[in-house]
Design a protein around this ligand. Structure first.
Ligand code: SAH
Length: 255
């Protein structure tokens, strides 16, 4: 059996209870060493066979999985954050399906959630935005034209931009071209939940300069939107006059 496990954003305590259990049981562990905190390997058995996938190809990863399963061993395949986001996860699952090898997925805390926690903000504020967009700029992996930042910009949703801090001035330019005001708040969180976490706050107009001054280029989350600063409406869910399935409103303004 193969368990794909989301290791969380960095802090070893942000792996799920289930993920930790699977890791502690595994005979073979394959972890994405470029971003997974190696401290989580302390949950592993001392006799576990450990591979760092940073230097392996997909075929090599699959070969380790196939051999281990053939020997009746359990495999933990550990991804950073949650495997479903920029995890190169699907190609592994499809190959396992083809080989008839069973797997399960234990989700994890994605880094965009740890970044919101770091700045103590909520993405979905009434009167501001009820939508979160997860995206990136094109790198070696292209982004479909319909999903260009300039076109996503028209929605004014809360934006989480992965894998793009080294291209921050392009990010700002594209968003401004797409119609964002220069004073739109931006937060860049480097290594959210790690001991060396760092946050830089600014606006689309000045964030690129501020971040280059802080010498941050990798492993950072760019968050953009008025959810970071400014007014919002209070929630109806906890409004005393609002009635819903679990609570009778004081003045009975049922909708
Ligand atoms: N599957 C991962 C994302 C992998 S892509 C997840 O769910 O988080 C790698 C990108 O994720 C990095 O370029 C960076 O943008 C972001 N990232 C990963 N860990 C991070 C962290 N601790 N703090 C901020 N950004 C992080």
């Amino acid at each position: 059996m193969i368990s794909f496990i989301g290791a969380g954003p960095g802090d070893p305590e942000l792996i799920t209870v289930k993920g930790q259990k699977r890791l502690a049981e595994a005979d073979v562990v394959i972890y994405a060493g470029s971003l997974v905190n190696p401290e989580i390997l302390s949950w592993c058995r001392p006799d576990a066979e450990i591979h760092n996938s940073a230097s392996m190809s997909l075929e090599e990863v699959l070969a380790v999985m196939k051999r281990a399963v053939g020997e009746g061993k359990g495999v933990a395949r550990v991804h950073t954050g949650d495997p479903s986001i920029y995890g190169a996860h699907r190609e592994q699952m499809d190959a396992l399906d083809e080989m008839g090898i069973a797997y399960e997925i234990v989700p994890g805390v994605s880094s965009f959630l740890a970044a919101a926690a770091a700045v103590k903000k909520e993405f979905t504020l009434p009167g501001v935005s009820q939508t979160v967009i997860i995206t990136r700029l094109a790198g070696r992996t292209p982004v479909p034209e319909k999903e260009s930042l300039a076109s996503l910009a028209q929605h004014r949703a809360s934006l989480c931009i992965f894998l793009s801090t080294h291209l921050l001035s392009e990010v700002s330019q594209e968003l401004i071209q797409g119609g964002y005001e220069e004073d739109t708040p931006v937060a860049v969180v480097y290594k959210a939940s790690w001991p060396d976490e760092k946050t830089v706050l600014g606006t689309l107009g000045d964030i690129a300069q501020k971040v280059s001054g802080a010498r941050i280029s990798r492993t950072a989350m760019i968050m953009v939107g008025r959810f970071l600063e400014g007014p919002y409406d209070r929630s109806l869910l906890y409004d005393p006059t609002f009635t819903h399935g679990y609570r009778q409103g004081k003045k009975g303004t049922e909708e």
